[in-house]
Design a protein around this ligand. Sequence first.
Ligand code: NAD
Length: 252
Amino acid sequence: MGLANDKSIAWGVAQACAEAGAELAFSYQGEQLLKRVGPLAESLGSDFVVPCDVGDPASLDALFDRIKEVWGGLDFVVHAIGFSDKSELRGRYVDTSPENFRMSMDISVYSFTAVMQRAEKLMNEGGAALTLTYYGAEKVMPHYNVMGVAKAALEASVRYLAEDLGKDGIRVNAISAGTIKTLAASGIGDFRYIMKWNEYNSPLRRNVTQEEVGKSALYLLSDLGSAVTGEVLHVDAGYHVVGMKAVDAPDI
Ligand code: NAD
């Protein structure tokens, strides 16, 4: 869930899973995205493509009903979805409007729980779930504002869901991805500057790719991660361990 185009993090995850032999279904938000998502799914051998707006409970029900009808069960689910009004992804957090606060929390946080309420019922032999988060949940990042607050709540949801669903053999994890140029990220103020800063200051002195997030996702979704749950795995070239600007970092 959350494939928009071939720059999406969901695309890196889908490719890694398909390469490992997974049979995939894709949900997309709105008819406009179908012309991108349809061919991408097809290139991975899937014609199982279903519309779903996670803000609409009926749309979520329809998606999971369809999965039940076609597959009868589900091994894993990937939630690579986030949204906030981009006019509030710049300036001051304190100015966040109540409408955008509620909408960002609904689409970027609650939707993962809503997905798990439905996915749980299809994971009869256990399963795995993954969502995507960002370092702005832990530390203040420029312009990330209400999304930082939303990601903090999303990471807490991962832990609570892991506890609730663990008894049924369902694992719930998150990847905290480094900055990647995607449609969603381009809505964040000064994103190019933030990407450069990460490149110069992360221990690996570079940014990460969708493919790299995909490989770590495969670990968490597959049997390779069979004892890992409630975890937020940083796939960020190590940026989260750094305390200050690197001495060799150029000025930007
Ligand atoms: P993207 O724009 O490719 O994907 C975002 C997806 O969210 C889109 O497919 C969009 O259709 C979907 N979406 C938004 N509102 C929706 C709704 N109401 N119903 C259904 N789908 C909806 O961007 P991305 O960067 O691949 O984002 C995927 C996830 O990764 C997001 O949670 C994002 O916060 C997270 N993330 C991104 C970065 C980055 O630097 N790009 C870093 C860390 C975490």
